[in-house]
Structure formats: C-alpha cells, structure tokens
Ligand binder design. Structure first.
Ligand SMILES: [Zn+2]
Length: 351
C-alpha cells in the first residue's frame, strides 16, 4: 500500500467514525425571498451548502422551505437515516429576535422594496420561528439575529483568535451589530442601526430621526442619493455608479456616502466607549468598502468612517477597523456555530 492509499484509507475511516460519532449543525440564513443553508461539522467547518429562492415570505412557507432545505443538506451528506439527536439547526434573520424563546420579534421588508416589479410586502411580528422549525425538522434549534451570527463566525473563525473583545457591524438593507466581550458573545438585542447620531437628522423608518439607518444601509444610502440628486436609482449599485461618474450630480452623491461614513463612525464611537473593543469588523457590499482610484463613493465613505477618533473619548481610540465583503455562506455558517454553542454546548473558542 503506498502513502496515497494510506491517506485515503485514513480519510475513509475518519469519515466513518464521524458518521458514527460526530455531531453536525445546519445553519440557515433567512434573507428576503432567499434561504442560504450550510451543513457544518462540530468545529464549524462547512461540508455542504445550498440555497433556495422563495416566492413567498409568509412565515409558514419559510418554515416549510427551511425544513426541506435542512433535510436535503442532511440527507445528501449524512444519509437519510442520520439521527436527528446528533443534529442541531441554527437560523438567523435580519431583525430583532428573542433567542430564549426562538421568537422573531419583528421582520419586515423595506418600504422601498415595494415598488413596481418588487416582490410583495411582508411583516412578521412575534413569530415563533425556532419552535416551529424544531417541530417541522425534528431537532434542537437556535434562533439569532444576523449580526450576532456574523459575530459568532468571527469569534470562532475570524478575529477571535487575535482579540477577546471586538464588535461586528453588518451593513445590508439596514445596519446591525454584535459584540463579543472577553470571549463571550453578548446575546442581547442591540439596535445599532437606531443609535441616534444626528439630533435633527433625516426621518428613519423606525419613526425616530437621525438614526444611523437614516443615512446608512443599502436602502437609506440609495434613498439619500435619490433625494440629493433627484435621480431615479434602482439600488446601491446605481447610487455608487452615480457618485463615481463624472456627472454634475456626482458631488451630491459623494456627499451622501461621506455622511453615511460619519454616521457609522459616530455609532462605532459609542461601541468603543461602551465596550472598549480592540477590533471592529465591518461586513458590507464589496463596492461600498473597496476604495481606490476612481472609486469616489467608497473612498468618501471609508475616509469618513476611519475618522472615528474624532468622535470618541481618547482612551478608547486604540481600535483597528477591518472591512470584509459579504460572501455567500458566512452568515449561515455563523447560524450553525450558534446552534452548536446553544444546543450542544460547543465553546466558540478560536481554532
Ligand atoms: Zn431608526
């Protein structure tokens, strides 16, 4: 037997041992009209992934499709008879949740999403997603907010190996944050997007004025650039293209990105003075956080963002800001890690 055969046999034996003894987690990220799922091993490594588009965001439909997606992931990799007792399921959504009861407190698509050719509106209030998924799929289930899932990912597989206290900011349609303090993820609702950073600022969807989310987030940025330039824009990409282009409206569009950066810097200043993190990891669309020649929107945003020290108390300024582009599976992987922690007691210590 040569060395290659030997390695193959060892791999097969390991696989068979894992199937006999290992525990696994499925992570599902619920996005507007889309589910992303992964199957992860006990150390958080992703071994299978899948996604599914949805035509309906009614809670019952999402439960049905999420349970089917989880079933497929388990069946393909582990076999249909794999015991549910050795599986756990983590699910995360872009809104406030009560992780203790597995309840989604509020999940809504944005007013701007309701225009022509957009999918129909939806609004969930106090929906017990965790218990319903547990009943539909038949294994222990954990529910968290999306920014917390990204914080769990960073804790286990990201900056957690270099620092004990850090925060994660997630910029999608809205803006969220999760915090890890002395290696403990704070599983508390943190409405970071609704920190008020402009006392007499623009109206926010939440009913207040001047929140971070009144200026930042794919939705608000697009709306602000529209207001400043009078141009019809289809989304963040179009707003960035307008700022980067050479038209007469470009300076107004660039100003919107600058103000979004200042808004985030002010919010981060509050995180710094409250928790003293040594890193802030910002997840956002690649176009928003990739600066360089001609990338005026991203340059204006990043320059304003990196000016955090101007907004914070001097002893809390020793903090690195790291930006990372959103990818396809990290959010679902974070949900799987939270399930491993909550359902199987796995510690999310760095590798
Ligand atoms: Zn608000």
């Amino acid at each position: 037997m040569n060395a290659n055969d030997d390695a193959t046999v060892r791999q097969i034996l390991r696989r068979s041992h894992e199937l006999d003894h290992g525990d696994f987690a499925i992570g599902i990220e619920v996005q507007p009209y889309k589910l992303v799922g992964v199957l992860a091993e006990i150390d958080g490594r992703v071994v299978a992934r899948s996604r599914r588009d949805l035509t309906d965001m009614k809670p019952g439909e999402v439960v049905k499709h999420a349970a089917e997606l989880a079933g497929q992931l388990a069946a393909v990799r582990l076999g249909r008879g794999f015991p549910r007792s050795r599986l756990c399921l983590g699910v995360q959504v872009g809104g406030p949740v009560d992780p203790d009861t597995g309840t989604v407190l509020h999940l809504v698509n944005a007013p701007d999403d309701r225009g022509k050719d957009r999918p129909p509106p939806y609004e969930w209030v106090d929906f017990p997603l965790g218990p319903q998924l547990a009943a539909a799929f038949g294994c222990a289930t954990a529910l968290e907010n999306d920014a917390h899932a990204f914080a769990a990912y960073e804790q286990r597989l990201g900056v957690g190996d270099a620092c004990a206290t850090f925060a994660v900011v997630l910029i999608r349609d809205g803006v969220g944050a999760g915090v890890v303090v002395r290696r403990q993820r704070l599983s508390v609702p943190m409405e970071f997007g609704h920190f008020q950073v402009w006392p007499r600022g623009r109206d926010c969807d939440c009913g207040m004025r001047g929140c971070i989310e009144s200026q930042l987030g794919n939705r608000a940025l697009t709306a602000v650039v529209k207001e400043r330039t009078g141009r019809e824009l289809d989304g963040l990409e179009a707003a960035i293209a307008l700022a980067d282009g050479g038209t007469a409206q470009a300076p107004e569009a660039i100003a919107a990105f600058r103000k979004a950066g200042v808004s985030l810097a002010r919010g981060i200043a509050t995180l710094l003075t409250t928790f003293g993190p040594s890193r802030i990891v910002i997840y956002a669309a690649e176009d928003l956080i990739t600066g360089g020649p001609g990338r005026r929107a991203a340059n204006a945003f990043l320059r304003a963002l990196r000016n955090v020290p101007e907004h914070t108390f001097q002893t809390s300024r020793n903090c690195h800001i790291v930006t990372k582009p959103l990818d396809a599976v990290r959010g679902a992987q974070g949900a799987a890690l939270i399930a491993l922690q909550n359902c199987f007691g796995v510690q999310l210590q760095p590798r």
